[in-house]
Design a protein. Structure first.
Length: 435
């Protein structure tokens, strides 16, 4: 049997209690109460180091050795001993890092093993027996001489320990100051990073807001309010006031009636610059999409490539430095994700991202292929015209769309809104702002 333990003294106590003959303890240092608990009159043999330096520094306790001697134990000086081992020829042996000391049996991080195999016990005893030629059995006179030798060194020991503690405290103080300085520098860098991200977010949303505000208004303004869906306690909706009619019919300023399609997604932009795709019913709208998995061939420039778009909201804009992610993937599920600064004035390519850490991982390619990214860089018209035109065009449900309830997009229940219908390249854009 082999056992591994962090603290092995419990096994030592059990072995000492059951020992029927000679019991052997090998420990370079001896302090504390544990050695006394292992002492058996005439049967316990302690092998340790016997040097002035060890006892004057109190790494070992000379008075403990005297107490063990008086209990009838045999104590040996074994030069260069480093092994920590306890052997009972009939029960087993322990090997490990743990000394029979106060710290070894207490606060130190130790690990030892217990082995009871006869072959292993015999092998350990055979190795230890070869050390005996160097061992010297200590007498009471040897111990008393050591006590006398270290007495004059006590004042020096105390002063030495004081100096060591002072040096240790100085080291700790310097380390703490470095850590505090590093934290301040890191905090300053983080503040600067957050400020830069915040500026980037404000600039991105401002460009989007300005671009939608530059579009012409094509219908009369309508008033709406955010309400709570009676069929779901967690999902809200937005509806128009009675005099404003519904979402599908908008009186145009030229006297004609503009009709929007039922249950079709239309781009909606808030006065904050945040955008998504609003699914319309006649009297209310409940769902705002932020991600769309477009059908194949939706974008003519990317033949044979599936396109997934994800509108970024809030802190996501700061994370990516953009307000739109576009993922491209081919039939082999290879592709890439690009970050884009989207507005009706055109799109600006910000960066290309690996897929790790991005949301909607089921849409992300399994292997990188940057051909779509290179195509975007070579053909600015795709960003300036094709993508804005396609994203602003109303569309039917494509599958795998993601999004939020109206309350998460427009605001809490009771938020009052003003809705405008604007036009981008002939396509209706819903613009909403709080009032």
């Amino acid at each position: 049997m082999v056992q591994i333990k962090e603290k092995i003294q419990g096994r030592w106590f059990s072995m000492a209690k059951k020992a029927s003959e000679q019991f052997f303890v090998y420990s370079p240092y001896l302090t504390g109460k544990t050695p006394l608990s292992l002492a058996r009159d005439g049967e316990t043999n302690f092998f340790t180091e016997f040097h002035v330096e060890l006892f004057s520094s109190r790494a070992s306790d000379i008075h403990l050795l005297k107490a063990l001697f008086k209990k009838g134990c045999s104590i040996y000086h074994l030069p260069n001993l480093h092994a920590k081992m306890v052997i009972d020829p009939h029960q087993g042996l322990t090997l490990g890092s743990q000394n029979a000391t106060y710290r070894g049996c207490g606060m130190n991080k130790e690990m030892s093993i217990f082995i009871d195999g006869k072959d292993e016990i015999a092998q350990a005893r055979e190795i230890a027996s070869r050390w005996l030629k160097d061992a010297k059995r200590l007498t009471l006179e040897d111990i008393d001489d050591m006590i006398e030798a270290i007495a004059p060194l006590e004042a020096a020991r105390i002063e030495y320990q004081r100096q060591c503690q002072k040096a240790q405290d100085d080291l700790k103080s310097k380390a703490l100051k470095r850590e505090a300085l590093a934290r301040r520098i890191a905090a300053q860098k983080e503040r600067e990073r957050q400020e830069a991200l915040s500026r980037s977010r404000l600039e991105t949303t401002a460009r989007m807001r300005q671009s939608v505000q530059s579009l012409s208004v094509i219908a009369n303004v309508k008033q709406g309010v955010v309400g709570l869906n009676p069929y779901s306690s967690s999902r809200g909706f937005v509806r128009f006031q009675k005099k404003s009619g519904d979402f599908l019919k908008w009186p145009a300023r030229n006297g004609r009636l503009i009709e929007l399609e039922h249950m079709i997604y239309h781009m909606v932009v808030l006065d904050s610059g945040q955008f998504g795709w609003l699914r319309l019913a006649s009297t209310r709208a409940t769902f705002v999409g932020d991600g769309v998995n477009w059908r194949a061939a939706t974008f003519p420039s990317f033949k044979g490539i599936r396109v997934y778009t994800h509108a970024l909201w809030g802190e996501e804009i700061e994370e990516y430095g953009a307000n739109l992610l576009i993922t491209f993937r081919d039939s082999n599920n290879h592709g890439c994700t690009v970050a884009v600064d989207f507005s009706f004035d055109g799109c600006k390519l910000i960066d290309v991202h690996k897929h790790d850490g991005l949301e909607h991982k089921r849409m992300h390619p399994a292997a990188e292929d940057y051909s779509a990214y290179e195509l975007l860089k070579r053909n600015p018209d795709i960003l300036e015209r094709e993508i804005p035109l396609r994203l602003s065009k109303p569309f039917n449900y494509e599958g795998h769309n993601t999004g939020y309830s109206a309350t998460e997009f427009f605001g809490e229940v009771g938020t009052r809104l003003q809705f405008e219908l604007r036009k981008f390249e002939g396509q209706p854009i819903i613009y909403a702002k709080s009032i």
